[in-house]
Design a binder for this molecule. Sequence first.
Ligand code: CU
Length: 256
Amino acid sequence: MLATGCTGEAAKWERGGWPAPVTKQGRDALHLWQGALVASLIVGGLVLLMIVGAAVLFRLRSADQMPRQVRYNLPIEVMYTFIPIVVVSILFYFTAIGENNEDKISKAPALQMGVVGFQWSWQFNYLTQGLSITGRPGDPPQLVVPTDEPIHFYLTSPDVIHSFWVVPFLFKRDVIPGHPNEFEVTVTTPGTFQGRCAEYCGVDHDRMLFTVKALPKQQYAQWLASAKTAASAGTNPEYTVYTGPKVGPKAGGYLS
Ligand SMILES: [Cu+2]
C-alpha cells in the first residue's frame, strides 16, 4: 500500500494504486475499483472495530466473571447472514454492469483492428485500410490509433495463448489459438502507451512488447496515409500491405 504512493503522484492514492486510465472503458473500470475499495474499507473497518471492541470488553471483566451463557441469538444470526448477502449483491450488481459495459460492441466501429499475438511479437492488421504492422522480438511494433472513436479489436494467435495488455487501458484479454476474442475501446487521451503480452508464452515472452500511439483524428489520417505509402513502397520493413479478410472473427487471424 505504501509503495504504491512512491511515484510522487498524489492522484495515484485516489486511484488505489492504479495507473491513470486513457480509455472510456478504463475510467469505468477504475470507478468500479474505487467503489469496491471504499466498500471493503468500510466493511473491514467495522469488522476490525467489532473484533477489537469484543477483545477489549472481555479483558475489562474480572477473571472469574462468566459472560451470560446463551445457545443462540436469532436476530444476530439473521443479521450476520443478511448483511453479507446484501454486500455481495451490491458488489455483484455493479460488477455485472461494469463487465457488460466493457464487453459492449458498437455497430459501426471507426477502426477494425486484427491483432495477431505470435511467438514472440505482435502483428496489427488494419482490416479495412489494408495495412499490416509486424514486430519482431526485441523490436516492438507501434500500433497507431485515433482518439475518441470506438476501435474494435479481434484477437487471434497462430501458436500459443498470449494476452493483449495495454497498461493504461486498465484491460487485458487473452489471445487464444482457435478461439478468436474481441473487445472494443475508445481512447480518450492522446499519447504513447506501453503494451505487453500478459500471458507467459515461451522463452522470449519478456520481449513481446509493443506501444500504442493515440493521435487526434486528423493526425491519425495523416499518419495512415504515409504508413500506407511506406507499405506499398517497401520503405519500412515493419509495414506491409494487408490483403486478408476485412471483417469478422477470422479477420486478421493469420500472419501474412
Ligand atoms: Cu505472448
